[in-house]
Design a protein around this ligand. Structure first.
Ligand code: SF4
Length: 370
């Protein structure tokens, strides 16, 4: 099997999270089990048996709070990965973290191991603390910012991903002030979505559409004069200026491989593997004792591939945004409809269609002024 196009190997070291955010998609976040070193070695052996690998293998520790396991755990995992892959590929660890457990020891490890870290912080304190809480109900903003500042003080790049919910939509300027003051340069804009264990989104309403468009337009306009960038706005601009035809890794078989702490494997959107309804419908195989070739030809993996590609075909048929989207996110299709072979969702309505419209409007207004 040729894995040259493998963009991400997403590994769940633990389902546990020290926070209890109200919009979290994970069903099992009080479970403190972890992937064993032996199983991680099996994961590495499994991937390294491919006929071809990318020059750099991005191993992202995800689907739980990875830093909850402490630095020593990942020191050991890095030794295992380097031992297995040797000269075959360069290993790059990535951590998406809430930042509350970041210490100087963590910063030292991240720098030494040339790992990438990204923080989940939603915006100004009052807004962040509405949803990103500890189990005792207190907000996590101060602890997250402490971790962010420690990382910045060590010289690490610190991109931030923020989740956009209705209560920030009428405060784009305050959101921009937070971005400028945070010291981060790159921001991702996720949305509060229906996904996995989170069954309802306050964002998905016709009343919020207007404010959402205005929020995105304002960010696009004002950030032109600031030293910050928004991933989704940059991507939309690039896509608009090149008339689309983007590559969507979430729908390409084996561009993303997801393995949970028990060795269960899935492909496509990383969020699928932790979705209990998805796991009940598709009995995912386990890498333990299986070869890569066996997993590639596994019936469930074949069925997933066929249904995801039917969904992409429907998108291509039904949607004028297809060239700018490439067929959406299978995890959101499944969470909203219980199926993969479908096209439009509330998620793509906000994250793709409204966002592209807002960015296009801002581009047109900017060109008229110029
Ligand atoms: S915007 Fe929605 S319907 Fe259109 S291609 Fe993307 S996922 Fe499919």
């Amino acid at each position: 099997m040729d894995l040259r196009n493998l963009k991400l190997l997403v590994v769940q070291s633990t389902p546990f999270c020290n926070l209890d955010c109200s919009y979290c998609y994970l069903p099992d976040r009080i479970n403190s089990k972890k992937m064993s070193t032996n199983l991680f070695r099996e994961v590495c052996d499994f991937i390294s048996s491919a006929s071809h690998l990318p020059e750099r293998l991005n191993i992202v520790w995800h689907a739980g709070e990875p830093t909850a396991l402490g630095v020593d755990y990942y020191e050991e995992m890095l030794l295992v990965a380097r031992d297995v892959f040797k000269e075959k590929t360069k290993i790059c660890f990535g951590f998406q973290t809430n930042g509350t457990l970041i210490t100087e020891k963590w910063c030292d490890f991240l720098i030494r191991s040339e790992s990438i870290i990204s923080f989940s912080i939603d915006g100004p304190g009052w807004y962040h603390d509405q949803r990103r809480k500890y189990r005792n109900g207190s907000g996590s903003f101060d602890a997250s910012m402490h971790g962010l500042k420690l990382a910045q003080g060590s010289g690490l790049e610190t991109p931030i991903i923020s989740v956009i919910s209705p209560s920030i939509l009428q405060n784009p300027h305050e959101f921009l002030e937070f971005c400028a003051a945070s010291g981060a340069k790159r921001f991702g804009l996720n949305i509060e979505e229906i996904e996995g264990a989170h069954k309802f989104s306050e964002l998905y309403s016709s009343q919020t559409e207007f404010h959402y468009m205005n929020f995105i337009r304002t960010l696009a306009e004002k950030s032109r004069d600031m030293d910050i960038s928004f991933r989704e706005i940059d991507d939309a601009r690039k896509s608009i200026s090149s008339s689309g035809h983007i590559m969507n890794s979430e729908v390409e078989p084996f561009n993303i491989i997801n393995i949970d702490y028990t060795g269960r494997i899935s492909i496509f959107s990383p969020e699928l593997i932790t979705d209990t309804a998805f796991r009940a419908k598709y009995h995912l195989p386990n890498i333990h004792g299986s070869s890569l070739e066996e997993i590639v030809s596994n019936d469930v993996i074949q069925r997933l591939t066929s249904e995801v590609s039917q969904g992409v075909a429907k998108c291509k048929e039904d949607c004028r945004y297809f060239n700018h989207c490439g067929g959406g996110a299978p995890s959101n299709k499944f969470s909203e409809t219980g199926r993969l072979d479908v096209s439009k969702t509330n998620y793509c309505g906000f994250k793709k269609r409204l966002l592209l419209n807002a960015v296009l409007e801002e581009l047109e207004a900017f060109s008229e002024k110029a």
